[in-house]
Design a protein around this ligand. Structure first.
Ligand code: GLA
Length: 392
């Protein structure tokens, strides 16, 4: 919390310098890391993410007119970006403000009238481009602010759905619900076991005595990420449509291994069949992983993390050379229970469960090997699981 007060003071100072007054309120929404269940959230499967204590902060005040003034301390050089509640359209030149603008647009679309404009300063401590959901945290944060300031009758799950809706329809990224759900519904020291088909969820305590979550950043983000992501959605949907013709399922979440083995021959295209295989097996792996964790079987959890990575590499093809080198190097280190890519892929981060007394060694060994093979220095973050959005 003392960190929070320091951050709040820093943002308030910036707010006053930019806008000339200082009566404002401060809010936070977290980023997320997904432990297992990747590329299953738009395939009707399960995911197992948790909110981080890292995320996006904002200080904000209502205006008396319809103007919107945005500033991000992460993009100082862009200065104050202005818009208006009467001009909520996607615009390349609006840069990162397309995320908060998208949320305001989405509230309007859902029938909520935003009565006045805002002055806002954002600041995020999620590393840029790391795949730890900085955009979902801005979306959930902005929705949370609108609810707090204008009293809109929406739940935190609604905030997640509005975030996904705006990302899909305003920002053109066809993401699933996982990131926004993890940010809006996060709970300290718990991961969220979410069935994306029904939005039923349970909180699973992550009591990892002597074990920490270590995130390693490849520090690469390959181009065309969102178009490749949208391609994967199309490929798995095409395969699902073929499966639906021969068996009674509504999503991959309805299939087990036996069914897949029986019916997968009906998928005419080999690539799409591999996409479908990942969707089915990754969902089953996620269910098994949560069972294993509940019975304190960490070895099984770790093995499933590794299998998840391999499937994302070979069948879903969303890893990249750098993610593979990082994960493979981590697998070989002492005290690593499991490691895998996390998030959308094509760069970004791996997540690993590591015995605390082995973390120093992991970083000391993995960093140089990764650098030698890629010419890039990775970053490591030892993270804590935090709460969903709050005012502070
Ligand atoms: C991105 C998307 C999520 C999810 C993951 C992959 O983070 O925003 O909805 O599909 O990729 O699991």
């Amino acid at each position: 919390m003392s960190d929070n007060i320091e951050i709040k003071n820093k943002i308030k100072e910036r707010f006053k310098a930019l806008y000339g007054y200082d009566s404002c309120r401060a809010f936070f929404a977290p980023g997320r890391v997904n432990l297992i269940g990747e590329h299953t959230d738009y395939n009707g499967g399960h995911v197992f993410p948790c909110a981080l204590t890292l995320g996006t902060y904002a200080v904000v005040a209502k205006r008396n007119d319809r103007k919107l003034r945005f500033h991000s301390m992460n993009f100082e050089s862009l200065g104050v970006i202005e818009s208006s509640l009467d001009d909520l359209v996607f615009n390349e030149s609006a840069a990162w403000t397309n995320y908060p603008k998208g949320i305001m647009w989405a509230f309007k679309e859902k029938g909520f009238d935003i009565p006045s404009g805002l002055d806002i300063v954002y600041y995020g401590n999620i590393p840029n481009g790391s795949g730890l959901s900085s955009s979902a945290s801005i979306e959930v944060l902005t929705g949370f602010i609108l609810r707090a300031l204008y009293g809109f009758d929406v739940s935190n799950i609604d905030l997640a759905l509005i975030g996904q809706f705006s990302e899909n329809k305003f920002n053109g990224m066809n993401c699933g619900i996982m990131d926004q759900f993890a940010s809006a519904m996060g709970k300290k020291d718990h991961a969220i076991f979410l069935d994306t088909n029904t939005l039923e969820y349970t909180y699973v305590p992550i009591e990892l005595q002597g074990i920490k979550i270590v995130i390693a950043n490849t520090n690469v983000k390959h181009t065309l990420t969102s178009s490749k992501y949208n391609d994967r959605r199309r490929e798995s949907e095409a395969a699902l449509n073929e499966l639906k013709k021969c068996c009674n399922i509504s999503s991959y979440g309805d299939m087990d291994e036996d069914m897949f083995n029986l019916y997968s021959k009906n998928i005419s295209n080999d690539i799409n069949r591999r996409r479908a295989k990942h969707a089915v097996y990754e969902n089953l792996r996620t269910i098994s992983a949560v069972k294993a964790l509940n019975s304190k079987d960490l070895n099984t959890f770790g093995r499933l993390m590794k299998e998840s990575h391999i499937s994302l590499d070979k069948d879903y093809e969303v890893t990249c050379k750098e993610l593979n080198i990082l994960a493979e190097t981590e697998w070989a280190q002492e005290g690593v229970i499991g490691a895998r890519m996390t998030g959308g892929g094509f760069g970004g981060c791996t997540v690993a469960l590591v015995y605390e007394d082995c973390i120093e060694n992991l970083i000391a060994k993995t960093g140089p090997i990764y650098y030698e093979k890629t010419g890039i220095k990775p970053d490591f973050y030892i993270v804590d699981i935090g709460d969903g959005p709050y005012e502070f």
